[in-house]
Design a protein around this ligand. Structure first.
Ligand SMILES: CCCCCCCCCCCCC/C=C/C(=O)SCCNC(=O)CCNC(=O)[C@H](O)C(C)(C)COP(=O)(O)OP(=O)(O)OC[C@H]1O[C@@H](n2cnc3c(N)ncnc32)[C@H](O)[C@@H]1OP(=O)(O)O
Length: 299
């Protein structure tokens, strides 16, 4: 993947943070000025702190941060900008509205549309995954709410997951509950985090795990009180950024490249698969029934 291939050399910020005597004045200066740059659009709020090199990306797609085609497009463009920015070394991904991190793929994008639309949508989902999973930046998910399916995938793409300690918030790849199937790269992403056996069972059952359960088997790395999710993410990020970028990036690439290559080498076939799967009458029916159940639950 391009992002993994073109390793950026970020020695200057790394040295600043490890604090050699020669650079310590510059560090203080940076900390005092704390210039923030904004990359926001109407679906994502982004603030890059130039002193720390950390961008906070807040998803803002009400009511539930579903991953629509528009949202995914904005997301990938924003990520690309941050990736190319030499001043940005770390990304904290979170939701602008607590209670829901992301409801996953926008089900309406997979219902009653044309084959062309499904193809375009799936390419955007692939793009988001390739960019986030293959990012050279340190990525931390600050999971401040529920995170089913595609939302869980986004969190799993990150290097570290901090979740609000609230049993009402659940996370997992629940696709089978909708009568659909998590594709191989969703499965691989989860399996790389929690192992094959746990993934096999969780995926077959389409399980959603309340935060404390998710912590037990490593689906998330840390639970903290809701009001501490952001500050904990910032301090974990500071620790990760003490490692020289080039060494950490090569290591990350080494761990993930095999997984990303599997999709990179099969993108068109994967899109074709998705389109032929999602256009089946039985699958369309399952999605409609699921949406109806969601609406009724609300009533
Ligand atoms: C041979 C075969 C080979 C295999 C080939 C494989 C090919 C690939 C197959 C396809 C793979 C697809 C992978 C899919 C991934 C996904 O991400 S699917 C999405 C899954 N998401 C969910 O199940 C979440 C559903 N939502 C909820 O559980 C809840 O809404 C919530 C997120 C917990 C929030 O609850 P609450 O705050 O109570 O809000 P609600 O009232 O429920 O919702 C508010 C409105 O939002 C709508 N909505 C919710 N989620 C979605 C969504 N994901 N997409 C679109 N819309 C959503 C909900 O209906 C409400 O709408 P209104 O009633 O109009 O207000």
């Amino acid at each position: 993947m391009a992002a993994l291939g073109a390793l950026r050399s970020c020695w200057a910020p790394a040295r600043l943070l490890t604090g050699s005597a020669h650079h310590s004045n510059r560090l203080v200066l940076c900390q005092q000025t704390s210039i923030k740059r904004h990359f926001s659009n109407n679906k994502i709020l982004v603030e890059l702190d130039e002193a720390t090199g950390v961008a906070v990306m807040k998803m803002k797609n009400p009511p539930v941060n579903s991953l629509s085609l528009d949202f995914l497009t904005e997301f990938s463009i924003t990520l690309e900008k941050l990736e190319m920015d030499r001043g940005c070394r770390g990304l904290i991904l979170t939701s602008a509205s607590p209670k829901i991190f992301s409801a996953g793929l926008d089900i309406m994008e997979m219902c009653g549309k044309s084959a062309e639309h499904y193809g375009e949508f799936w390419r955007a989902v692939q793009e988001m995954w390739l960019k986030l999973y293959g990012s050279n930046m340190v990525t931390i998910a600050a999971i401040n709410g529920s995170s089913p399916a595609g939302g869980c995938l986004m969190a799993l793409c990150c290097d570290y997951r901090i979740m609000a300690d609230n049993p009402k918030y659940a996370i997992g790849l629940n696709e089978t509950q909708l009568g659909i199937v998590a594709p191989f790269w969703f499965k691989d992403t989860m399996s790389n985090v929690v192992g094959n056996r746990v993934t096999e069972q969780a995926l077959q059952l389409g399980q959603m795990f309340p935060a404390p359960e998710a912590l037990k088997f490593g689906l998330v790395d840390q639970l903290v009180p809701e009001e501490k999710v952001q500050s904990t993410a910032a301090s974990v990020m500071a620790q990760w950024l003490t490692v020289p970028d080039h060494a950490r990036q090569i290591t990350k690439s080494m761990m993930r490249k095999q997984t990303t290559d599997k999709l990179v080498n099969n993108r068109e076939a994967d899109i074709k698969n998705f389109v032929s799967f999602i256009t089946r009458d039985s699958i369309q029916k399952s999605l409609q029934v699921y949406m109806e159940r969601l609406r009724q639950r609300k009533q």
